[in-house]
Design a protein around this ligand. Sequence first.
Ligand code: FAD
Length: 466
Amino acid sequence: MSYDLVVIGTGPGGYVCAIRAAQLGLKVAVVEKRATFGGTCLNIGCIPSKALLHASHLFEEASHNFAKLGIVVDTPKLDHAAFLAFKDQAVEGNTKGVAFLMKKNKIDTFHGTATITAPGKVEVALAAGGSQALEATAIVIATGSDVAKLPGITIDETRVVSSTGAIALEKVPGKLLVVGAGVIGLELGSVWRRVGAEVTVVEYLDRILPGMDLDVAKSFQRILQKQGVAFKLGSKVTGVDTSGETLKVSVEPAAGGAAEVLEADVVLVAIGRVPYTEGLGLEALGVETDKRGRVVTDHYYRTNVPGIFAIGDAIAGPMLAHKAEDEGVAIAELLAGQAGHVNYDVIPAVVYTSPEVASVGKSEEELKEAGIAYKVGKFPFLANGRAKANDETDGFVKVLADETTDRVLGVHIIGVEAGELIHEAAVLMEFGGSSEDLARTCHAHPTRSEAVKEAAMAVEKRAIHM
Ligand code: FAD
């Protein structure tokens, strides 16, 4: 069977690439080794974690915050099976949606494991048995990523879990120890804390959310601590003794020193993700990968082997679904002779906790390191009418603008719905807008978005409500 394009993997990178290519008239096939489409994101990542974050947030609101709004309810109880079923339904709805889109766009689908046997040739070991040879003018590797393992610690997905086990725990753990204070660890730690777990996060670095603006990370850590999350920063987990009923976790200072033993019912290893290209046959083909196992590509997503391209978590850049999607669109457009591209300076990142944390563009640390002179405008939600009305005043908006041109270079938000608010900054930055542009744009009242406007006004020290 012969195609213009064969896409390997149907995560946000792969399925979006396939759809965009089909829209542009290419004859497209996808290969997926999972039983359902949607990759990590829809099956075991973004979607199930957000469903659990939503449900656990409402549980916490009903447990602790309804009374102050004058809403009296009996103490809520968690129906664990229904809690997980809600998440499973979210996954099913989304993965079925992708299956529908495949049909709608007349994309041929193959369930099985793909190996690239030569440029233009893909062999699929079909899940149902047997194999299928495919020929393609272009092959896009969109095989995503897998959980990074911690040396010496075996993940059994029951008591020592990765994010995959953490979205399906059979009961609420009494004590949950999270290894890694990145986005996934903090999101899933929040889920289980809200429904009753005692959560301790152990992080190697002396800060949480590595890579995010430090001011934001410090403030967010204080908020999480207020919510009851304990942190052990500058510490490393060196072993987990699983022999007893309670797990015994050895933790040492990162800089060296005496170890201590912490007890936990469940340990979540959330130290990051690594590119997944196993079984594709890249070595035999001579496709170049870097030290971290990422497929090396140029600006046009070309590997060093003609006709083979790669996108998403399998290549360099932030491991985010929307980055993979935009690369999927870009490569499809390039293959169709158009000028697809991704603006890597404007890729938002969101932590979907409560409150949310969102950022786009450069952090203060990055600007300092690059020697770029900048101005800062900051505005707290405590001074925002809507946030006060709702009694959701944690957090702030911070706008970083170029000292001389006033162009907005980064925006960082902690606050309820920060993950939605960040997009006005993203659009502004995509068009090269200034803090003055943002400050002069009329914002509806009363909205949290007004805090974004006021932070932009604060760049020139003229915020009204502060
Ligand atoms: P993937 O989604 O990993 O898909 C790759 C697919 O390729 C898989 O389905 C795999 O089965 C298939 N495959 C691999 N090898 C083969 C082969 N040889 N043959 C056939 N098929 C193959 N990102 C966000 O932006 N927002 C979030 O809120 C968010 N939350 C997350 C929460 C968790 C718990 C996790 C784990 C991740 C989260 N992410 C989030 C990250 C996001 O899931 C990834 O960035 C995204 O899925 C990457 O997309 P992708 O298309 O590159 O690869």
